[in-house]
Design a protein around this ligand. Structure first.
Ligand code: ADP
Ligand code: MG
Length: 456
């Protein structure tokens, strides 16, 4: 005979099946059974303490809501760990290993959950989602990181983020860890050196059990700079075991690396198929607008005044590393504080001598000054340089200006098009191609450009 509890819980499972991802359902809910229903409580048998905790942490609100809907009245769900597993038990035998009530939010503002996880040490509070400036090059990585922080283990698992140095990987990993800790989940952020150290020590000191327990208890494991596991075969095996256990338990894994997974042999060999389940997101160097926005944000946080001309000049110096960009800004801020002066272009070139010479000679240039130089050279006006001709074709001075703005000043093609008379991106890139081709074959043209650049 089917008991009322079984009937109610079956109905709940039917609804939950529609709401939550298939793998989560199969792993955590399929083997549960309705046990007792009385006094507004529904007791559900689950196979393990682990399953009970997982359900409490992850699915509490959904289960609570669905049960109340099915019963037609506010219903508390209690998970009982049945000694012989959840399935097929009429009643759990002996005292429950774990029994916790899922309290409706209205009754208890801090419902559910196991005791608060220990806070993870060493997370940089400055590396948060709110302090991360989003631009074209990092928006995918950002969106994926944010989604993972909201619903760990459910959407992109594993999440693999890669980029060159100083582009925000560590920042995003810390942001995820801080965010999930705020949801009472247990993040574990480690660099691959820390992972290696922990693993080797566990073998040397015969504490493998502790190692396993520590790493398997994470809801979200974040491993930074995984490329450093290259060549460490023992540790790699330790990592794969950890990875598989966590992944099978629907725990979230986030990996940062300095190159794509396909370019890391040991990952390619072992985890290729796993990555197909997850998401691989790269971060491209930020465009000049994003770099400028980052500088403004950092200046604001440091409570210093940075005008946009100065910000653009610094932004143009560093094309590939935000860390270097920040370093330059910090030098400028330090010098300004030391001299008790405002941040001007002059002060910037004192603080950052690289600006004054070499490849950064043009960094002090602004787009306006560049357009001025081009206009002078072609004996036209900046105004004429910046309007579309009647025949709607770009003029030579316009093409040259486009070339200088994009190559010397790192102005984006979009911005370049806007400045010179609202050309679209395609026209700009065609013009650039034309200039490059001409530079190859036309010595006189090359000479013209060289002289122009010297005058700038
Ligand atoms: P990676 O780990 O990729 O080498 P980091 O995460 O250490 O790079 O970033 C280097 C510095 O640049 C950090 O101080 C970080 O806060 C900053 N940074 C990187 N990307 C951004 C961004 N999009 N917005 C704001 N700051 C950023
Ligand atoms: Mg890093």
């Amino acid at each position: 005979m089917i008991s009322p509890a079984q009937r109610i819980w079956s109905a709940c499972l039917g609804r939950l099946q529609l709401e939550i991802p298939r793998t989560s359902y199969d792993t955590w809910l399929k083997a549960t059974t309705g046990q007792i229903v009385e006094d507004g409580h529904l007791t559900v048998g689950v196979p393990t303490t682990f399953a009970a905790e997982w359900l409490e942490r992850r699915l509490a609100p959904a289960i609570q809501r669905v049960a109340s809907e099915v019963v037609g009245a506010e219903t508390r769900v209690i998970f009982l760990v049945a000694a012989g597993g959840g399935k097929g038990e009429e009643k759990p035998e002996g005292p429950p290993v774990s029994a916790r009530a899922l309290l409706p939010a209205a009754e208890d503002p801090s419902p559910v959950v196991a005791p608060a996880p220990p806070r993870q040490e060493g997370l940089n509070p400055r590396y948060s989602f709110s302090s991360f400036v989003v631009g074209e090059g990092n928006q995918l990585a950002y969106a994926a990181a944010a989604a993972v922080a909201q619903q760990p283990g459910e959407r992109y698992n594993p999440l693999f983020i890669y980029s060159g140095v100083g582009l925000g990987k560590t920042h995003l990993l810390h942001a995820i860890a801080s965010e999930v800790a705020g949801h009472s989940l247990r993040p574990l952020y480690v660099t691959s050196e820390q992972f290696t150290g922990d693993f080797i020590r566990s073998i040397r000191e015969r504490t493998q059990e502790e190692f396993r327990a520590r790493y398997r208890s994470a809801d979200v494991l974040l491993v930074d700079d995984i490329q450093f596991l290259e060549g460490k075969e023992q540790t790699q095996i330790g990592f794969f075991h950890t990875f598989n256990d966590l992944h099978n338990a629907n725990r979230q894994i986030v990996i940062a690396c300095d190159r794509a997974p396909s370019a890391v042999q040991f990952l390619e060999d072992r985890l290729r198929s796993r990555f197909q389940w997850g998401l691989v997101a790269d971060i491209q160097p930020p465009d000049v607008e994003t770099r400028t926005a980052i500088l403004h944000q950092k200046a604001e946080r440091a409570r210093v005044n940075l005008n946009s001309e100065v910000a653009q000049v610094i932004a143009r110096m560093h094309v590939t590393s935000i860390r270097e960009l920040e370093g330059s800004l910090n030098k400028v801020i330090a010098l300004a504080a030391f001299l008790g002066k405002a941040i001007t272009l002059d002060l910037v070139s004192t603080a950052l001598p690289a600006l004054a010479n070499g490849t950064h000679r043009y960094a002090l240039l602004t787009p306006e000054a560049t357009l001025g130089a081009v206009a002078r050279h072609y004996a036209t006006s900046v105004h004429d340089l910046c309007i579309r001709p009647r025949d709607r074709k770009t003029t030579e001075p316009q093409r040259v200006a486009m070339y200088l703005l994009t190559t010397l000043l790192n102005v984006s093609p979009e911005e370049t098009g806007r400045l010179l008379g609202d050309w679209n991106r395609r026209t700009v890139s065609n013009s650039l191609k034309a200039v490059r081709q001409r530079l190859q074959g036309d010595a006189a043209f090359k000479d013209t450009l060289d002289r122009l650049m010297e005058q700038m």
